[in-house]
Design a protein around this ligand. Structure first.
Ligand code: SAH
Length: 347
C-alpha cells in the first residue's frame, strides 16, 4: 500500500462552542444524546457478537472516540466498555471482568475544549483517559494500535468548504468532498486498528431519493439563509457576505454512505442499518432548534460576520422559525441515522 504523509491531510477546524454555558455544545446536544441512547442496545449486541477477544486482545483494551467534542455524550464509550466486558467474560471464563483495563483516547481538533471534557469525565477506576488532538481525516494513532474505535455525529463535517457552489448546501462539490474525506478517514482508521478490531459509526443521513428541501435540515437551512438575506437587505452586511457564508457539511444519502464504506476493502461490514430518528412528540421545539444551531454554528458565524451580528441573526431566526408549525414537518421528515459496525480484516 502506498505510504501516505499524514501531514498532507490539511483540514479546517470548526470546534463546537466550549464550556458549559447557555450556548455550549454540552448544553445543546440533547438530540445527539437521544440518538446515542436509541442505538446503544444495537451497538452493544453487535460488539458482543463480532468481537473476538481471544486472538488479538490483551488485558488492556485500547478504545478511541473520534470527534468527541466536549464529551456530553461519553455514554457511548461506556456502552462499548460494557460490551467488551460481557464478551471477555463469555470467551475467557474471566470471573472478574474488573481485571480488564481500558485505555480510552478522546480525539478532536486541537482547538476543541478538551479542558471541559476532562473536567467532566465520569470517574472509572479501570479506565485511563487521554486526549489526542488532530484531524481524523489523517492518521492520529500509530499503526495497529487500537482495538475499537467509535465515532458519532462527526462524518457529515467535511475537512473543508469545497470552495465552489457557495450557498448551495449539499451541492455536487460537497458530495465529492465527502467521498474524498470518507476515503481518507477509512484508510487512516484501517491502519490504526489491529486485525479483528472494530469500527463503530453512528451518523446522520437522508433516505435515498428524498430531495434536500424536503428534509428537516433543508427546511431549517432555507429559513436561516432567508434571515441572512434579510439582514443584508437592511444594509448591515453585503449580500455577497451573506451568500458566501457556508458551513463545510454534507449529509449523505444512506446509499452514498454505504458505497463509501464498501469502497474500502480493509473492512468487512458487520452491520449497516438506516434507522429512523427518535423524534417523539414535542421532542423538537423551536427553541431547541435555535439553541442547537447556536451551539453548533456560533463560532463560524462570529468568524465570518463578527460577534455583533450573531445575536441579531439568532433573534431573527428564532422569530421566523416560530411562523412555521414544526410538528407536522417533524412527523413527515426523512432525516435518518445510520449505524455501522465494521471489522478490520486480517492483514
Ligand atoms: N461525538 C460527539 C460530538 C459530535 S459534534 C457527539 O456525538 O455528540 C462533531 C465533533 O467532530 C466536533 O467536536 C468537531 O470538532 C469534531 N470534528 C469535526 N471534524 C473533525 C476532524 N476532521 N477531526 C477531528 N474532529 C473533528
Amino acid at each position: 500500500m502506498e505510504e501516505r504523509d499524514p501531514k498532507s491531510i490539511r483540514t479546517q477546524s470548526f470546534p463546537m462552542s466550549g464550556g458549559d454555558g447557555t450556548h455550549s455544545y454540552a448544553r445543546n446536544s440533547s438530540v445527539q444524546r437521544g440518538g446515542i441512547f436509541n442505538t446503544m442496545e444495537r451497538i452493544r449486541d453487535a460488539v458482543v457478537a463480532t468481537l473476538d477477544t481471544r486472538k488479538h486482545f490483551k488485558k488492556v483494551v485500547r478504545i478511541a472516540d473520534f470527534g468527541c467534542s466536549i464529551g456530553p455524550n461519553t455514554d457511548s464509550v461506556k456502552n462499548i466498555l460494557d460490551a467488551v466486558k460481557i464478551k471477555y467474560q463469555q470467551e475467557n471464563n474471566m470471573n472478574n471482568p474488573e481485571d480488564l483495563e481500558f485505555h480510552v483516547f478522546f480525539n478532536d481538533q486541537p482547538d476543541n475544549d478538551f479542558n471541559t471534557l476532562f473536567k467532566t469525565l465520569p470517574k472509572n477506576e479501570n479506565c485511563f483517559a487521554a486526549g489526542v488532538p488532530g484531524s481524523f481525516y489523517g492518521r492520529v494513532f500509530p499503526r495497529n494500535s487500537l482495538h475499537i474505535r467509535h465515532t458519532s455525529y462527526t462524518l457529515h463535517w467535511l475537512s473543508r468548504v469545497p470552495g465552489e457552489n457557495i450557498g448551495e448546501p449539499n451541492s455536487e462539490a460537497h458530495k465529492e468532498q465527502f467521498k474524498k474525506d470518507m476515503e481518507n478517514f477509512l484508510e487512516a482508521r484501517s491502519e490504526e486498528l489491529v486485525p479483528g478490531g472494530l469500527m463503530i459509526v453512528l451518523g446522520l443521513c437522508f433516505s435515498d431519493g428524498v430531495p434536500y428541501a424536503q428534509t428537516l435540515k433543508g427546511f431549517v437551512k432555507e429559513i436561516f439563509l432567508g434571515c441572512l438575506i434579510d439582514i443584508a437587505e437592511s444594509g448591515v452586511i453585503s449580500e455577497e457576505k451573506a451568500r458566501s457564508f457556508e458551513i463545510p457539511k454534507y449529509f449523505p444519502y444512506f446509499r452514498e454512505m454505504k458505497e463509501a464504506i464498501e469502497r474500502n476493502r480493509s473492512f468487512s461490514v458487520e452491520m449497516i442499518e438506516e434507522i429512523e430518528k427518535p423524534f417523539e412528540d414535542g421532542s423538537i421545539s423551536h427553541d431547541l432548534i435555535v439553541s442547537m444551531y447556536r451551539g453548533l454554528y456560533h463560532g463560524f458565524m462570529a468568524e465570518h460576520f463578527g460577534q455583533g451580528l450573531v445575536d441579531e441573526l439568532f433573534d431573527r431566526f428564532s422569530k421566523k422559525l416560530t411562523e412555521f408549525p414544526l410538528d407536522d414537518f417533524v412527523k413527515t421528515t426523512n432525516d435518518r441515522e445510520c449505524v455501522i459496525v465494521l471489522k478490520r480484516n486480517a492483514l
